[in-house]
Design a protein around this ligand. Structure first.
Ligand SMILES: Cc1cc2nc3c(=O)[nH]c(=O)nc-3n(C[C@H](O)[C@H](O)[C@H](O)COP(=O)(O)OP(=O)(O)OC[C@H]3O[C@@H](n4cnc5c(N)ncnc54)[C@H](O)[C@@H]3O)c2cc1C
Length: 389
Protein backbone atom coordinates (compact mmCIF):
# COMPACT_ATOMS: atom_id res chain seq x y z
CA UNK A 1 0.00 0.00 0.00
CA UNK A 2 1.33 3.38 -0.90
CA UNK A 3 0.03 6.86 -0.06
CA UNK A 4 1.31 10.38 -0.59
CA UNK A 5 1.11 11.05 3.14
CA UNK A 6 0.49 8.79 6.14
CA UNK A 7 -0.59 10.61 9.30
CA UNK A 8 -0.02 8.71 12.55
CA UNK A 9 -2.72 9.78 15.05
CA UNK A 10 -6.23 11.14 14.53
CA UNK A 11 -6.35 13.77 17.31
CA UNK A 12 -6.72 17.48 16.45
CA UNK A 13 -3.21 17.66 14.95
CA UNK A 14 -3.65 14.58 12.76
CA UNK A 15 -7.18 15.48 11.66
CA UNK A 16 -6.13 19.02 10.81
CA UNK A 17 -3.14 17.79 8.76
CA UNK A 18 -5.33 15.26 6.94
CA UNK A 19 -8.16 17.73 6.30
CA UNK A 20 -5.86 20.37 4.83
CA UNK A 21 -4.09 17.81 2.61
CA UNK A 22 -7.19 15.92 1.46
CA UNK A 23 -8.96 19.13 0.51
CA UNK A 24 -6.10 19.77 -1.90
CA UNK A 25 -6.34 16.29 -3.44
CA UNK A 26 -3.41 14.69 -1.69
CA UNK A 27 -3.85 10.95 -1.07
CA UNK A 28 -3.69 10.84 2.71
CA UNK A 29 -4.24 8.01 5.19
CA UNK A 30 -4.79 8.55 8.95
CA UNK A 31 -3.98 5.68 11.31
CA UNK A 32 -5.21 5.76 14.92
CA UNK A 33 -4.93 2.99 17.48
CA UNK A 34 -8.24 4.01 19.09
CA UNK A 35 -11.79 3.43 17.97
CA UNK A 36 -13.65 6.78 17.77
CA UNK A 37 -15.40 8.33 19.61
CA UNK A 38 -12.50 8.03 22.06
CA UNK A 39 -11.62 10.01 25.15
CA UNK A 40 -8.51 12.13 25.67
CA UNK A 41 -7.48 13.50 29.07
CA UNK A 42 -7.87 17.25 28.69
CA UNK A 43 -9.39 20.38 30.24
CA UNK A 44 -11.65 20.59 27.15
CA UNK A 45 -11.12 24.36 26.80
CA UNK A 46 -11.15 25.39 23.14
CA UNK A 47 -9.62 28.87 23.12
CA UNK A 48 -10.70 31.68 20.77
CA UNK A 49 -7.60 31.16 18.67
CA UNK A 50 -8.56 27.49 18.19
CA UNK A 51 -12.16 28.50 17.46
CA UNK A 52 -10.91 30.82 14.73
CA UNK A 53 -9.12 27.85 13.15
CA UNK A 54 -12.17 25.59 13.47
CA UNK A 55 -14.46 28.22 11.92
CA UNK A 56 -11.94 28.75 9.10
CA UNK A 57 -12.12 25.01 8.39
CA UNK A 58 -15.91 25.36 8.07
CA UNK A 59 -16.95 23.77 11.35
CA UNK A 60 -19.00 26.61 12.90
CA UNK A 61 -22.35 24.98 12.16
CA UNK A 62 -21.31 21.76 13.89
CA UNK A 63 -20.35 23.59 17.09
CA UNK A 64 -22.83 26.47 17.41
CA UNK A 65 -25.71 25.72 19.76
CA UNK A 66 -24.36 22.27 20.55
CA UNK A 67 -21.58 23.01 23.02
CA UNK A 68 -21.06 25.42 25.90
CA UNK A 69 -19.39 28.68 24.91
CA UNK A 70 -17.26 30.74 27.27
CA UNK A 71 -17.01 34.51 26.98
CA UNK A 72 -14.38 35.44 29.53
CA UNK A 73 -12.05 34.46 32.33
CA UNK A 74 -12.22 34.40 36.08
CA UNK A 75 -8.99 34.46 38.11
CA UNK A 76 -8.20 34.28 41.80
CA UNK A 77 -7.82 37.85 43.05
CA UNK A 78 -6.37 39.09 46.31
CA UNK A 79 -7.57 37.07 49.33
CA UNK A 80 -10.89 35.44 48.56
CA UNK A 81 -11.86 37.85 45.81
CA UNK A 82 -12.15 36.88 42.17
CA UNK A 83 -11.44 39.01 39.15
CA UNK A 84 -13.23 38.49 35.90
CA UNK A 85 -13.07 39.92 32.45
CA UNK A 86 -14.78 39.27 29.14
CA UNK A 87 -12.62 38.15 26.21
CA UNK A 88 -11.39 41.45 24.79
CA UNK A 89 -12.76 42.28 21.35
CA UNK A 90 -10.27 42.05 18.50
CA UNK A 91 -11.10 42.00 14.81
CA UNK A 92 -9.15 38.78 14.16
CA UNK A 93 -10.52 36.52 16.89
CA UNK A 94 -14.01 35.47 17.97
CA UNK A 95 -15.25 36.85 21.30
CA UNK A 96 -15.75 33.34 22.64
CA UNK A 97 -14.26 29.92 23.11
CA UNK A 98 -15.95 26.57 23.78
CA UNK A 99 -15.75 23.80 26.32
CA UNK A 100 -16.12 20.62 24.31
CA UNK A 101 -15.42 17.19 25.73
CA UNK A 102 -12.68 15.67 23.66
CA UNK A 103 -14.76 12.58 23.06
CA UNK A 104 -16.98 14.88 20.95
CA UNK A 105 -14.48 17.36 19.49
CA UNK A 106 -12.02 14.77 18.20
CA UNK A 107 -14.74 12.71 16.51
CA UNK A 108 -16.11 15.80 14.78
CA UNK A 109 -12.65 16.64 13.50
CA UNK A 110 -11.77 13.14 12.34
CA UNK A 111 -15.14 12.69 10.61
CA UNK A 112 -14.64 16.03 8.90
CA UNK A 113 -11.22 14.99 7.58
CA UNK A 114 -12.81 11.77 6.29
CA UNK A 115 -15.69 13.64 4.61
CA UNK A 116 -13.15 15.86 2.88
CA UNK A 117 -11.34 12.91 1.34
CA UNK A 118 -8.92 11.49 3.91
CA UNK A 119 -8.90 7.73 4.39
CA UNK A 120 -8.99 6.70 8.05
CA UNK A 121 -8.11 3.39 9.67
CA UNK A 122 -9.19 3.21 13.30
CA UNK A 123 -7.93 0.51 15.67
CA UNK A 124 -4.67 0.47 13.80
CA UNK A 125 -1.65 0.82 16.05
CA UNK A 126 1.59 2.03 14.52
CA UNK A 127 4.52 0.11 15.97
CA UNK A 128 7.45 1.75 14.18
CA UNK A 129 8.46 3.82 11.19
CA UNK A 130 9.90 2.02 8.15
CA UNK A 131 13.42 3.36 7.69
CA UNK A 132 16.01 2.88 4.97
CA UNK A 133 19.31 4.72 4.91
CA UNK A 134 18.07 7.00 7.71
CA UNK A 135 14.99 8.02 5.73
CA UNK A 136 11.44 7.23 6.86
CA UNK A 137 9.39 5.79 4.01
CA UNK A 138 6.28 4.50 5.80
CA UNK A 139 5.12 2.74 8.95
CA UNK A 140 4.68 -0.75 10.33
CA UNK A 141 1.33 -1.16 12.07
CA UNK A 142 -1.03 -3.75 13.48
CA UNK A 143 -4.54 -3.86 12.03
CA UNK A 144 -7.14 -6.54 12.82
CA UNK A 145 -4.42 -8.48 14.62
CA UNK A 146 -2.23 -8.56 11.49
CA UNK A 147 0.98 -6.71 10.81
CA UNK A 148 0.80 -4.34 7.83
CA UNK A 149 3.33 -2.08 6.15
CA UNK A 150 2.13 1.19 4.66
CA UNK A 151 4.50 3.18 2.47
CA UNK A 152 4.29 6.92 2.02
CA UNK A 153 6.31 9.75 0.54
CA UNK A 154 5.90 11.61 3.81
CA UNK A 155 4.98 10.43 7.32
CA UNK A 156 3.44 12.97 9.70
CA UNK A 157 3.75 12.06 13.39
CA UNK A 158 0.61 13.36 15.13
CA UNK A 159 0.60 10.65 17.77
CA UNK A 160 0.65 12.82 20.85
CA UNK A 161 3.02 13.44 23.74
CA UNK A 162 4.38 9.87 23.77
CA UNK A 163 4.84 9.80 19.98
CA UNK A 164 5.93 6.30 18.94
CA UNK A 165 7.33 7.47 15.60
CA UNK A 166 9.06 10.52 17.10
CA UNK A 167 10.68 8.41 19.82
CA UNK A 168 11.78 5.73 17.34
CA UNK A 169 13.63 8.38 15.32
CA UNK A 170 15.20 9.95 18.42
CA UNK A 171 13.31 13.23 18.03
CA UNK A 172 11.72 13.51 21.49
CA UNK A 173 13.54 15.50 24.16
CA UNK A 174 12.72 14.66 27.77
CA UNK A 175 13.87 17.81 29.55
CA UNK A 176 11.70 18.49 32.66
CA UNK A 177 11.66 22.18 31.74
CA UNK A 178 9.61 21.29 28.66
CA UNK A 179 7.27 18.76 30.25
CA UNK A 180 4.18 19.19 32.38
CA UNK A 181 1.66 16.91 34.05
CA UNK A 182 -2.02 17.68 34.52
CA UNK A 183 -4.88 15.70 36.05
CA UNK A 184 -8.59 16.24 35.71
CA UNK A 185 -11.99 14.94 36.81
CA UNK A 186 -15.58 15.78 35.85
CA UNK A 187 -17.95 16.94 38.62
CA UNK A 188 -21.73 17.25 38.56
CA UNK A 189 -23.66 19.74 40.73
CA UNK A 190 -20.98 22.45 40.72
CA UNK A 191 -22.16 25.78 42.16
CA UNK A 192 -21.68 29.19 40.65
CA UNK A 193 -20.31 28.30 37.25
CA UNK A 194 -21.26 30.38 34.27
CA UNK A 195 -19.81 31.10 30.88
CA UNK A 196 -16.30 31.97 32.07
CA UNK A 197 -13.18 29.79 32.17
CA UNK A 198 -11.97 29.82 35.75
CA UNK A 199 -8.24 29.62 36.42
CA UNK A 200 -6.98 29.39 39.98
CA UNK A 201 -3.28 29.50 40.86
CA UNK A 202 -4.37 29.05 44.51
CA UNK A 203 -1.58 29.60 47.03
CA UNK A 204 -2.14 26.15 48.61
CA UNK A 205 -1.19 24.44 45.33
CA UNK A 206 1.60 26.78 44.23
CA UNK A 207 3.58 26.42 41.96
CA UNK A 208 0.76 24.44 40.33
CA UNK A 209 -2.46 25.90 39.04
CA UNK A 210 -6.07 24.73 39.16
CA UNK A 211 -9.02 25.18 36.82
CA UNK A 212 -12.80 24.84 36.72
CA UNK A 213 -14.12 24.76 33.13
CA UNK A 214 -17.92 24.73 32.69
CA UNK A 215 -18.95 21.87 30.40
CA UNK A 216 -22.63 22.65 31.05
CA UNK A 217 -24.69 24.61 33.60
CA UNK A 218 -23.87 22.12 36.35
CA UNK A 219 -21.01 19.95 35.08
CA UNK A 220 -17.40 21.14 35.21
CA UNK A 221 -14.02 19.80 34.21
CA UNK A 222 -11.85 20.39 37.29
CA UNK A 223 -8.10 19.93 37.21
CA UNK A 224 -4.65 20.86 38.34
CA UNK A 225 -1.31 20.95 36.55
CA UNK A 226 2.34 21.79 37.10
CA UNK A 227 5.64 21.76 35.25
CA UNK A 228 7.68 18.59 35.71
CA UNK A 229 10.60 20.85 36.67
CA UNK A 230 8.59 22.09 39.68
CA UNK A 231 7.16 18.66 40.48
CA UNK A 232 10.67 17.21 40.76
CA UNK A 233 12.22 20.22 42.51
CA UNK A 234 9.48 20.53 45.16
CA UNK A 235 8.59 16.79 45.27
CA UNK A 236 4.99 17.63 44.50
CA UNK A 237 2.33 14.96 44.72
CA UNK A 238 -0.20 16.12 42.12
CA UNK A 239 -2.98 13.92 43.52
CA UNK A 240 -2.52 15.58 46.90
CA UNK A 241 -2.66 18.99 45.16
CA UNK A 242 -5.93 17.96 43.56
CA UNK A 243 -7.39 16.92 46.94
CA UNK A 244 -6.30 20.28 48.37
CA UNK A 245 -7.78 22.14 45.39
CA UNK A 246 -11.21 20.58 45.75
CA UNK A 247 -11.38 20.56 49.55
CA UNK A 248 -9.26 23.36 51.01
CA UNK A 249 -8.95 26.34 48.71
CA UNK A 250 -10.62 29.72 48.88
CA UNK A 251 -12.17 29.70 45.42
CA UNK A 252 -12.59 26.14 44.16
CA UNK A 253 -13.61 24.24 47.30
CA UNK A 254 -16.82 26.27 47.93
CA UNK A 255 -18.02 25.57 44.37
CA UNK A 256 -17.66 21.82 44.88
CA UNK A 257 -19.38 21.60 48.27
CA UNK A 258 -22.49 20.02 46.73
CA UNK A 259 -20.82 18.36 43.77
CA UNK A 260 -20.01 14.72 43.10
CA UNK A 261 -17.36 13.27 40.79
CA UNK A 262 -18.77 11.59 37.68
CA UNK A 263 -15.54 10.27 36.18
CA UNK A 264 -12.26 8.82 37.42
CA UNK A 265 -9.41 11.25 38.15
CA UNK A 266 -7.01 10.92 35.23
CA UNK A 267 -3.74 12.57 34.24
CA UNK A 268 -1.51 12.93 31.22
CA UNK A 269 1.78 14.36 30.05
CA UNK A 270 2.13 17.69 28.26
CA UNK A 271 5.04 18.53 25.97
CA UNK A 272 5.39 22.27 26.13
CA UNK A 273 7.02 25.23 24.50
CA UNK A 274 8.44 23.56 21.37
CA UNK A 275 10.61 21.74 23.92
CA UNK A 276 13.82 21.39 21.98
CA UNK A 277 12.22 18.58 19.94
CA UNK A 278 13.77 18.16 16.53
CA UNK A 279 10.33 17.75 14.88
CA UNK A 280 11.76 16.44 11.59
CA UNK A 281 14.02 13.85 10.05
CA UNK A 282 14.28 12.71 6.45
CA UNK A 283 10.81 11.60 5.33
CA UNK A 284 8.95 12.60 8.49
CA UNK A 285 7.72 15.67 10.38
CA UNK A 286 5.99 15.95 13.77
CA UNK A 287 2.96 18.11 14.68
CA UNK A 288 0.84 18.90 17.77
CA UNK A 289 1.87 17.36 21.09
CA UNK A 290 4.42 15.14 19.36
CA UNK A 291 6.21 18.38 18.44
CA UNK A 292 5.82 19.76 22.01
CA UNK A 293 3.33 22.37 20.84
CA UNK A 294 1.53 23.08 24.12
CA UNK A 295 1.43 26.60 25.53
CA UNK A 296 3.73 26.65 28.61
CA UNK A 297 1.54 29.08 30.56
CA UNK A 298 -2.03 28.08 29.73
CA UNK A 299 -1.41 24.37 29.02
CA UNK A 300 -3.51 24.86 25.92
CA UNK A 301 -2.58 22.61 22.99
CA UNK A 302 -5.65 22.29 20.74
CA UNK A 303 -4.91 25.64 19.06
CA UNK A 304 -1.36 24.62 18.22
CA UNK A 305 -2.35 21.10 17.17
CA UNK A 306 -4.76 22.59 14.61
CA UNK A 307 -2.27 25.22 13.45
CA UNK A 308 0.75 22.93 13.11
CA UNK A 309 -1.46 20.45 11.22
CA UNK A 310 -2.29 23.16 8.70
CA UNK A 311 1.33 24.31 8.58
CA UNK A 312 2.50 20.73 7.93
CA UNK A 313 0.04 20.43 5.04
CA UNK A 314 1.29 23.73 3.56
CA UNK A 315 4.88 22.66 4.09
CA UNK A 316 4.37 19.35 2.32
CA UNK A 317 2.47 21.01 -0.50
CA UNK A 318 4.92 23.85 -0.96
CA UNK A 319 7.48 21.44 -2.45
CA UNK A 320 4.83 20.24 -4.90
CA UNK A 321 3.75 23.74 -5.78
CA UNK A 322 7.24 25.01 -6.48
CA UNK A 323 7.69 22.24 -9.02
CA UNK A 324 9.81 19.84 -6.96
CA UNK A 325 6.89 17.41 -6.60
CA UNK A 326 5.79 15.43 -3.58
CA UNK A 327 8.85 13.24 -4.07
CA UNK A 328 10.87 16.08 -2.65
CA UNK A 329 11.53 15.43 1.04
CA UNK A 330 9.76 18.14 3.08
CA UNK A 331 12.17 17.60 5.96
CA UNK A 332 14.92 19.07 3.78
CA UNK A 333 13.27 22.51 4.02
CA UNK A 334 13.18 23.04 7.73
CA UNK A 335 9.69 22.67 9.18
CA UNK A 336 11.17 23.37 12.61
CA UNK A 337 12.35 26.77 11.38
CA UNK A 338 8.75 27.65 10.49
CA UNK A 339 7.61 26.65 14.00
CA UNK A 340 10.48 28.60 15.56
CA UNK A 341 9.65 31.72 13.52
CA UNK A 342 6.01 31.62 14.51
CA UNK A 343 6.10 30.45 18.16
CA UNK A 344 9.52 30.23 19.77
CA UNK A 345 9.77 33.77 21.11
CA UNK A 346 6.28 33.63 22.61
CA UNK A 347 6.80 30.15 24.10
CA UNK A 348 10.20 31.09 25.57
CA UNK A 349 8.67 34.01 27.44
CA UNK A 350 6.06 31.56 28.79
CA UNK A 351 8.63 28.93 29.84
CA UNK A 352 10.71 31.47 31.75
CA UNK A 353 7.73 33.25 33.33
CA UNK A 354 6.47 29.94 34.68
CA UNK A 355 9.89 28.75 35.77
CA UNK A 356 10.80 31.89 37.71
CA UNK A 357 7.54 33.73 38.21
CA UNK A 358 5.20 31.04 39.42
CA UNK A 359 5.85 31.69 43.08
CA UNK A 360 3.06 32.83 45.33
CA UNK A 361 5.20 35.72 46.61
CA UNK A 362 5.52 37.08 43.08
CA UNK A 363 2.33 35.85 41.44
CA UNK A 364 -0.17 37.23 43.96
CA UNK A 365 1.01 40.85 44.03
CA UNK A 366 1.43 40.77 40.25
CA UNK A 367 -2.10 39.47 39.75
CA UNK A 368 -3.46 42.07 42.18
CA UNK A 369 -1.87 44.85 40.10
CA UNK A 370 -3.00 43.36 36.81
CA UNK A 371 -6.50 42.83 38.14
CA UNK A 372 -6.98 46.43 39.14
CA UNK A 373 -7.16 47.82 35.58
CA UNK A 374 -9.33 46.65 32.73
CA UNK A 375 -6.60 47.48 30.23
CA UNK A 376 -4.07 45.19 31.95
CA UNK A 377 -6.65 42.42 32.46
CA UNK A 378 -7.48 42.45 28.78
CA UNK A 379 -3.84 42.38 27.80
CA UNK A 380 -3.20 39.48 30.16
CA UNK A 381 -5.98 37.54 28.43
CA UNK A 382 -4.63 38.43 24.99
CA UNK A 383 -1.14 37.32 26.03
CA UNK A 384 -2.33 34.06 27.61
CA UNK A 385 -4.42 33.20 24.55
CA UNK A 386 -1.77 34.42 22.10
CA UNK A 387 -4.32 36.79 20.59
CA UNK A 388 -2.37 39.59 19.03
CA UNK A 389 -4.17 42.41 17.28
C1 LIG B 1 -5.06 17.23 31.80
C2 LIG B 1 -4.84 18.04 30.55
C3 LIG B 1 -5.62 19.16 30.33
C4 LIG B 1 -5.50 19.87 29.13
N1 LIG B 1 -6.36 20.91 28.91
C5 LIG B 1 -6.34 21.54 27.72
C6 LIG B 1 -7.32 22.54 27.43
O1 LIG B 1 -8.22 22.83 28.23
N2 LIG B 1 -7.27 23.15 26.22
C7 LIG B 1 -6.31 22.82 25.29
O2 LIG B 1 -6.29 23.45 24.21
N3 LIG B 1 -5.39 21.86 25.54
C8 LIG B 1 -5.39 21.20 26.71
N4 LIG B 1 -4.48 20.19 26.95
C9 LIG B 1 -3.53 19.81 25.88
C10 LIG B 1 -4.23 19.02 24.77
O3 LIG B 1 -4.92 17.93 25.32
C11 LIG B 1 -3.23 18.52 23.72
O4 LIG B 1 -2.35 19.57 23.40
C12 LIG B 1 -3.92 18.04 22.43
O5 LIG B 1 -4.66 16.88 22.68
C13 LIG B 1 -2.87 17.73 21.34
O6 LIG B 1 -3.50 17.12 20.23
P1 LIG B 1 -2.69 16.06 19.32
O7 LIG B 1 -3.57 15.76 18.17
O8 LIG B 1 -1.31 16.54 19.09
O9 LIG B 1 -2.52 14.76 20.25
P2 LIG B 1 -3.64 13.82 20.88
O10 LIG B 1 -4.88 14.55 21.11
O11 LIG B 1 -2.98 13.14 22.04
O12 LIG B 1 -3.91 12.74 19.75
C14 LIG B 1 -2.96 11.74 19.45
C15 LIG B 1 -3.69 10.57 18.76
O13 LIG B 1 -2.69 9.63 18.35
C16 LIG B 1 -3.17 8.34 18.60
N5 LIG B 1 -1.98 7.48 18.76
C17 LIG B 1 -1.04 7.53 19.72
N6 LIG B 1 -0.10 6.58 19.51
C18 LIG B 1 -0.46 5.92 18.40
C19 LIG B 1 0.11 4.83 17.68
N7 LIG B 1 1.24 4.24 18.06
N8 LIG B 1 -0.54 4.38 16.58
C20 LIG B 1 -1.71 4.96 16.17
N9 LIG B 1 -2.28 5.99 16.82
C21 LIG B 1 -1.66 6.47 17.90
C22 LIG B 1 -4.00 8.46 19.86
O14 LIG B 1 -4.96 7.40 19.97
C23 LIG B 1 -4.65 9.83 19.66
O15 LIG B 1 -5.91 9.73 19.05
C24 LIG B 1 -4.55 19.47 28.15
C25 LIG B 1 -3.74 18.36 28.39
C26 LIG B 1 -3.88 17.65 29.56
C27 LIG B 1 -3.00 16.44 29.78
Amino acid sequence: MEYDVVVVGGGPAGSSTAFHLAKRDVRVLVLDKASFPRNKICGDGVAPRAVRNLYKMGLQERLDGRFNKFHGFRFAGAGKSVVENAIPPTPRFPDHGYIIKRIDLDSILLDYARENGAEVWEECEVRAPLVEGGRVFGVRAVRDGKEVEVKARVVVGADGAHSTVGRAMGLLVNDPLYLGISIRQYFEGVDDIGDYLEVYPEKEISPGSGWVFPVSETVANVGVGAMLYHIQRDRINLHRFFETLINDTAHVAPKLRNARPISPLRGALLRIGLGGSRVECPGMILVGDAAAMTNPVSGEGITYALETGEMAADHILSSRMDGRGLHHDPAEDSFRQKLVDRYEHYFNIGIHSIKWGNKTSFMRPMLAVVASHRWSRENLIRALMYMRH
